[in-house]
Design a protein around this ligand. Structure first.
Ligand code: HPA
Ligand code: ZN
Length: 349
């Protein structure tokens, strides 16, 4: 196992920003900045219930997941045309590339758009073209994960999968997001079984606000390969052991957890505890336009709030982000080698 060289604490922010990393939990609709919401509203003639960018931003004062989702779905209502989806994803990928994100696995919520009459092809073509162009022009690798909205029915999820069938080569997996409590993974057992037959990767949000039981069923009923959030796992010792033993990654989102009051303060976040228990934890931004920061800010703020996190944890988190990604193994190893080089350089400076 690589042991990172000693690095002074005051040099951690620069290291966190410079290190190559993967982002595995980003909802592309959650990267829509208020300025772009207003620009797209004007371009598409969509009326918004907010008078200005500032007024919209002031509404970003959330008390829990649902209070966020209501505003997040309203923001996404300005997306109508393929170019809108392209512009949104290109903006995120440009920002991510600047932050030394070398690979992103990007969630999208097609039901939010198809329910408004936007075609599945419009959504997927726009997002996929942005990923292809970003790879060619920015050198960042990116793939798409289609998320089912868990507050909607199983039937709606099956209809969504059917609409996405012609584009199976343009997304790598499926996920499960939206309102967690009251919508357990079991509701989507049959849809996920079908997706597994289709050869898609499977992930699911579980244990963000919901109980450890939802993490167990995401694993055992859905066959999820990664758990999105998963921070409630600490309340179940047997589950913690299972996640560590089976190397099931958690895509943790510190600023999201703070803004949606999963933890009252960042200093109470359990990221260090998850790492110390041997879990494959990663750091991610979730919905960066809404939660006050992109990936590097999630890293720097959580490291500032938890003084026990050190350079070894930084290396472990970035290393985990590649290990937990769905990229080919040779590619993952190449990124991990670049990570080791980055640490060696920082120790020398
Ligand atoms: N949880 C559930 N659904 C979501 C989230 C989240 O953090 N972000 C966007 N959709
Ligand atoms: Zn999420």
């Amino acid at each position: 196992m690589f042991t990172p060289p000693p690095i002074a604490r005051d040099r951690l922010p620069a290291l966190l920003a410079a290190m190559p990393k993967a982002e595995l939990h980003i909802h592309i609709e959650g990267s829509l900045e208020p300025e772009m919401i207003f620009a797209l509203a004007q371009r598409n003639g969509v009326a918004l219930p907010y008078a200005s960018v500032e007024q919209l931003r002031r509404a970003y004062d959330f008390s829990d997941l649902q209070s966020f989702l209501d505003i997040y779905y309203a923001g996404a209502s300005v997306l109508l045309h393929e170019q809108d989806f392209y512009d949104m994803a290109r903006a995120y990928l440009a920002r991510a590339a600047m932050e030394n994100v070398v690979h992103a696995e990007i969630f999208f919520d097609p039901q939010t758009h198809t329910a408004r009459g936007v075609g599945m092809e419009t959504v997927i073509r726009g997002l996929h073209r942005a990923c292809a162009d970003a790879r060619a022009e920015l050198g960042i690798s990116a793939s798409l994960i289609l998320c089912f909205l868990r507050h909607l029915s199983e039937e709606d999820a099956f209809a969504t999968l059917e609409q996405a069938m012609p584009f199976l080569d343009q997304f790598i997996g499926v996920g499960l997001d939206s309102s967690e409590v009251g919508h357990p993974p079991e509701k989507f057992a049959r849809v996920f079984a079908r997706c597994r037959e289709l050869g898609l990767h499977l992930v699911a949000h579980a244990g963000e606000e919901g109980p450890p039981a939802y993490i167990w069923s995401a694993l055992d009923v859905l066959g999820a390969e990664r758990i999105d959030h998963g921070v409630q796992a600490v309340h179940d010792t047997a589950l913690m052991r299972r996640l560590a033993d089976e190397r099931i990654a958690l895509t943790v989102c510190p600023l999201s957890n703070l803004k949606l009051r999963v933890f009252p303060q960042l200093s109470q976040h359990n990221l260090k505890r998850l790492l110390d228990a041997g879990l494959v934890a990663t750091v991610n931004s979730d919905d960066p336009a809404y939660f006050g920061g992109y990936l590097n800010q999630n890293f720097t703020e959580v490291f500032a709030a938890l003084p026990q996190l050190d350079a070894r944890d930084a290396w472990q988190l970035a290393h985990n982000s590649f290990a937990a990604s769905f990229a080919p193994e040779a590619q993952r190893r190449a990124w991990q080698d670049r990570l080791a080089e980055c640490f060696a350089q920082h120790a020398g400076n």
